[in-house]
Structures are given as structure tokens and as C-alpha cells.
Design a protein around this ligand. Structure first.
Ligand code: MN
Length: 194
């Protein structure tokens, strides 16, 4: 007899949230993203002015085995640090060649991706669209709306693991900045090869 059991998580179809009695999301505030945004001074100011939540995500605590699927929702709040929109830290998978799927539930965002060799891709995310993030690509979700949260459902191989350190050290090659009602993708002046 298998010890595995089916289960259901009721994610809200607009907010992406599960009832608090089921599970609470993890949160990342501006202070947790030191060194991630380009403008450090703007980050320090935001920390001192209430240290808002930048994003939240649900971790179902799935066993980290290759046969399992980790999934949940992420909620990137509207806002900016300097010229950059609120975004997730971004990461490679520890098992580099493992893909991920994100399905946009609500809001308007960008999925920014880059390979170790420097191929950069981005996909705009709107409700109803699924983006396939191929294996080997670091990925970061960016909320390019300053009005509403970017809510997405994600699923990936549960043993993929998260390498946040490479991005913390080197950054992404590109930044996504606000240009007053639209966005622009520019070179990251702080990006370093190693
Ligand atoms: Mn991932």
C-alpha cells in the first residue's frame, strides 16, 4: 500500500492565496533583498520607510525527490525600488537542467531568464498565460504593474533545488526599469562575470 495520499490546496483564482488555516505564505521584505536591487540607497530608504513586503510565496513542503512536483503560488506586490519594479530574488536550480512552469493568474508581469552562457530571454505575463522556463535558465518574476499584484502558479521538479547565491553574487545581466507607464530592459551596470 502506498503511503502517498492525494490532497487539494484551494488557491484563490484572483489573489492566489490559500486560506490561512490551510497554509501561510512566506514573505520577503525589502530588507531581505539587499544587494538584489540596483539602487542600494533607494533600498535603504524603503527599509526605513516601513520595509514593505515585496513578494510572498507558498511552499508546500514537498519531499525533495525527483519523482515529486513542488508547486505553489507567488504574489509579487506592486512597487519600485529606485527605477526597478518589485521582483523576486531570482535563482538558478541547483540541478541546473530542470525546467519550471509558471501560470499567470492575475496582474501583469515579466519573466526574466538568462542562461550561464549569457542568453537572455523575457516573456510578458498576463492572466491565462503559461510560460515555460527551460532548464539551465535563471528566472525572476517582475511586477511591471504599479497598481496590482502579479500572481502566478508554479510547478517544478521537487528535487531541483534553489541556487540563489549565483544571482546574489553576480546579478542578472539585465535590469527592468520603469519608464513612466511602460518598462525598459537595460544592461545591468553592476553585472560581473565572476
Ligand atoms: Mn525555480
Amino acid at each position: 500500500m502506498s503511503e502517498k495520499k492525494s490532497f487539494v490546496i484551494p488557491f484563490d483564482t484572483k489573489t492566489g492565496r490559500a486560506p490561512e488555516s490551510v497554509r501561510k505564505p512566506l514573505e520577503r521584505r525589502v530588507s531581505n533583498l539587499s544587494g538584489i536591487f540596483f539602487d542600494n540607497q533607494a533600498l535603504e530608504t524603503a527599509v526605513s520607510q516601513g520595509n514593505p513586503i515585496v513578494y510572498e510565496f507558498y511552499d508546500m513542503g514537498m519531499p525533495e525527490t525527483e519523482g515529486d512536483i513542488a508547486f505553489g503560488t507567488s504574489i509579487v506586490h506592486p512597487g519600485k525600488v529606485g527605477e526597478e519594479f518589485f521582483m523576486t530574488k531570482g535563482h538558478f536550480h541547483t540541478i541546473l537542467d530542470t525546467a519550471e512552469v509558471y501560470y499567470c493568474i492575475s496582474g501583469h508581469g515579466l519573466m526574466l531568464m538568462e542562461s550561464p552562457e549569457g542568453d537572455v530571454e523575457h516573456q510578458e505575463m498576463e492572466p491565462g498565460q503559461a510560460v515555460y522556463v527551460p532548464g539551465r535558465y535563471a528566472h525572476r518574476s517582475i511586477n511591471i504593474s504599479l497598481k496590482e499584484p502579479l500572481v502566478m502558479f508554479f510547478a517544478f521538479r521537487a528535487d531541483a533545488g534553489h541556487d540563489y547565491g549565483t544571482i546574489e553574487e553576480k546579478g542578472f545581466r539585465k535590469l527592468v526599469v520603469d519608464r513612466g507607464g511602460s518598462y525598459e530592459i537595460i544592461d545591468n551596470p553592476n553585472w560581473k562575470e565572476s
